[in-house]
Design a binder for this molecule. Structure first.
Ligand code: ZN
Length: 401
């Protein structure tokens, strides 16, 4: 285990900070020359040269050839050395677990998607999760010695700073991140699943330089991840982004949070699922009744599949939900004036049917001038957004602390 990543040869907090800044620059802007680094970080060329030499000695960065400049000089280009450190991401979804290992430069080197795992708020379920993570670590062979940090995505209220999760695995007086750290013998942090998806999409997905981004996670539940000026927005205790529990409707539908009329009760995968079952019970026809043996075991995956097969009932409900969702996203656009809104989560797999009603409601309900400022797009990473985000957060946490 790499415990003190920067403290191998450094005792001075100032020097450690400069090294973190250099690494962060490589993470956000890619490989660069000493002259450019000095300019960006407001340091002298000799200072940067000294730290680049030390980081190279530490094995964290490498020289990647020379570039040609107009003045005839050929300065060297430096960047992160891929094999110097690894980061592990764990993404818990409703029925599955995804685990991946990422190298220092942000490439996924191995992953296991869709491991069968049903979350329950019990110590047995927690132990099972740890076993899955441990099995994955064991399979990484020699690389396991170079794993610096692990991040676990959890849904609901999560405070990444204290390491407490309040909606899942909330049965111990110790923070869940501390229990994981002790059990796995690696540094482990936690974060909210939607925020991790937003960060994954920001770092590796559809975001193309935009700095203010709202990522809407329409899965079984509904949440948003907020990126402001290139950084995830956490709020005071990490609870930001609970869009699904926005008090919206005067309906009598009880939300799982305990309140009535939350946005999620009519605009989420859960709502789509309930509406389909209601309509089927009333005798409406759909290919779903042929697709699944027992309608009571219907999953969101079945519904997305039927939608993409152009089942009229599924399309109708997607449009209805998309329009409702778009109306409240219009409100978000008015408040945040973002560069980009990304529609992600499992329901975005039916993007051919959900994006149009979302866009049309946004056009109708958002302020004209504000709306023109914002692009609305579907997620590029799809079901990988969470796991890529988990790995990226594991890496960024080491350099931003
Ligand atoms: Zn609620």
């Amino acid at each position: 285990m790499v415990k003190n990543f920067f403290l191998k040869s450094d005792k001075s907090p100032k020097n450690i900070q400069i090294k973190k800044d250099i690494i962060t620059h490589f993470i956000t802007s890619g490989n660069d020359t000493i002259a450019e680094l000095a300019k960006e970080l407001d340091l002298s060329v000799p200072t940067v040269t000294k730290f680049i030499a030390e980081l190279t000695d530490q094995g964290l960065i490498d020289e990647f050839g020379k570039i040609h400049t107009a003045g005839g000089r050929h300065p060297s280009v430096y960047g992160l050395k891929p094999s110097s450190a690894y980061f592990l991401g764990v993404d818990m979804t409703r029925h599955h677990l995804n685990i991946a290992l990422m190298d220092f430069t942000g490439n996924i080197v191995s992953n296991e998607m869709g491991i069968n795992y049903i979350y329950q708020n019990t110590t047995e379920s927690f132990d099972e999760l740890c076993d899955h993570i441990q099995n994955f670590i064991d399979k990484t062979g020699d690389l396991k010695q170079k794993i610096v940090n692990i991040n676990l995505n959890i849904s609901g209220r999560v405070n990444p700073e204290s390491g407490y999760s309040y909606s899942s695995f909330y049965f111990s007086e110790h923070p869940v991140s501390e229990t994981l750290t002790n059990k796995l013998n690696y540094r482990v942090g936690i974060d909210n699943d939607t925020r991790a998806m937003a960060y994954g999409e920001y770092m590796k997905g559809v975001v193309d330089g935009e700095q203010n981004v709202i990522f809407v996670n329409v899965s079984w539940g509904l949440g948003i991840g907020i990126i402001i000026e290139g950084k995830p927005y956490y709020g005071k205790s990490g609870f930001s982004g609970e869009f699904g529990h926005f008090p919206t409707f005067d309906n009598e539908i009880l939300c799982h949070c305990g309140k009535k009329g939350c946005l999620e009760t009519e605009a989420s995968g859960l709502a789509i699922h309930r509406m389909i079952l209601d309509r089927v019970a009333k005798g409406e026809s759909t290919i779903l009744t042929e697709m699944v043996e027992n309608i009571n075991t219907l999953t969101l995956t079945d519904i997305i599949k039927a939608t993409n097969m152009e089942d009229p009932l599924c399309i109708e409900i997607m449009e209805e939900v998309g329009y409702k969702l778009g109306k409240y996203i219009a409100g978000l656009i008015n408040i945040f004036n973002p560069d980009l809104v990304v529609i992600g989560g499992q329901v975005a797999d039916a993007e051919g049917f959900i994006m149009l009603p979302i866009r049309s409601a946004i056009r109708k309900y958002s302020l004209n001038l504000v709306n023109k400022d914002t692009r609305v797009v579907a997620s590029k990473l799809k079901n990988k957004a969470g796991i890529i985000g988990a790995c990226m957060i594991a890496r960024s946490r080491v350099f931003t602390e």
